[in-house]
Design a protein around this ligand. Structure first.
Ligand code: AP5
Ligand code: ZN
Length: 215
């Protein structure tokens, strides 16, 4: 099963990704997580990517496409994967088509801009696992620490209001076009296109997504 999660920054892609990957036993491929790992490791890519991410921009298509091609060639992707935050531009989507990657389903989590700022400013993250919480909507059991490991939660560097606004603008300018790109495909090879109202509570979104994926 090859699935793509599409949605604005803060729509809940990472939150829903954990349920989908568990249900289908497929790995999550989050280009954001891959870039943050490179930043943490201090690689040349990480140093370059950090500047772009902190400014709310997009890392170059050729770099991202190279990273993803390398990742999906690994053995754990043989039975499929879940793309989270990729493709994010038309060029990235076209590169996947060219590489013969056929998606079974595209899940769009729709959330209006007004909701995003509140979501992202209240987000807290357990960096090693990528588990995500929200101070109000999805709080950890114990304040400030991860439910499973007890380790501290952090705030992402790009979750500052000015950066969030820029990320939203970039989403509208460069990523939103993918809604039509995938949603308007037809024919036998077209992926199932599933649109879910992402303003509902986490559990309700999860139930709808898994039902639409026929689980
Ligand atoms: P990336 O890490 O992909 O960030 P993003 O797309 O901006 O998405 P987020 O991770 O911020 O949001 P999310 O949808 O996962 O929401 P979450 O589940 O955490 O990318 C970061 C940067 O890396 C980019 O800006 C770019 O620079 C670079 N990059 C990455 N991929 C790239 C690519 N392909 N090409 C070029 N550059 C790339 O939820 C958000 C909050 O809301 C949480 O607190 C959560 O608890 C809460 N929440 C979730 N669901 C609900 C709900 N239903 N109700 C209430 N609260 C909820
Ligand atoms: Zn995410």
């Amino acid at each position: 099963m090859k699935i793509l999660l599409l949605g604005a920054p803060g729509a809940g892609k990472g939150t829903q990704a954990q349920y989908i990957t568990a249900a289908f036993n497929i790995p999550q491929i989050s280009t954001g997580d891959m870039l943050r790992a490179a930043v943490k490791a201090g690689t040349p890519l990480g140093v370059e990517a950090k500047k772009i991410m902190d400014a709310g921009g997009l890392v170059r298509d050729d770099i991202i496409i190279g990273l993803v091609k390398e990742r999906i060639a690994q053995p754990d992707c043989a039975n499929g994967f879940l793309f989270d935050g990729f493709p994010r531009t038309l060029a990235q989507a076209q590169a996947m088509e060219k590489a013969g990657v056929h998606l079974d389903a595209v899940v769009e989590i729709a959330v209006p801009d007004e909701v995003i700022i509140e979501r992202l400013s209240g987000r807290r993250v357990h960096q090693p696992s990528g588990r995500t919480y929200h101070l109000i909507y999805n709080p950890p059991r114990v304040n400030g620490v991860d439910d499973e490991t007890g380790e501290p939660l952090i705030q992402r560097d790009d979750d500052q209001e000015e950066t969030i606004k820029k990320r939203l603008q970039v989403y509208h300018e460069q990523t939103e076009v993918l809604i039509d790109f995938y949603g308007k495909q037809d024919g036998d090879n077209a992926p199932d296109y599933i649109r879910v109202d992402g303003t509902q509570p986490v559990e309700a979104v999860k139930t709808q997504v898994l039902a639409a994926l026929k689980l």
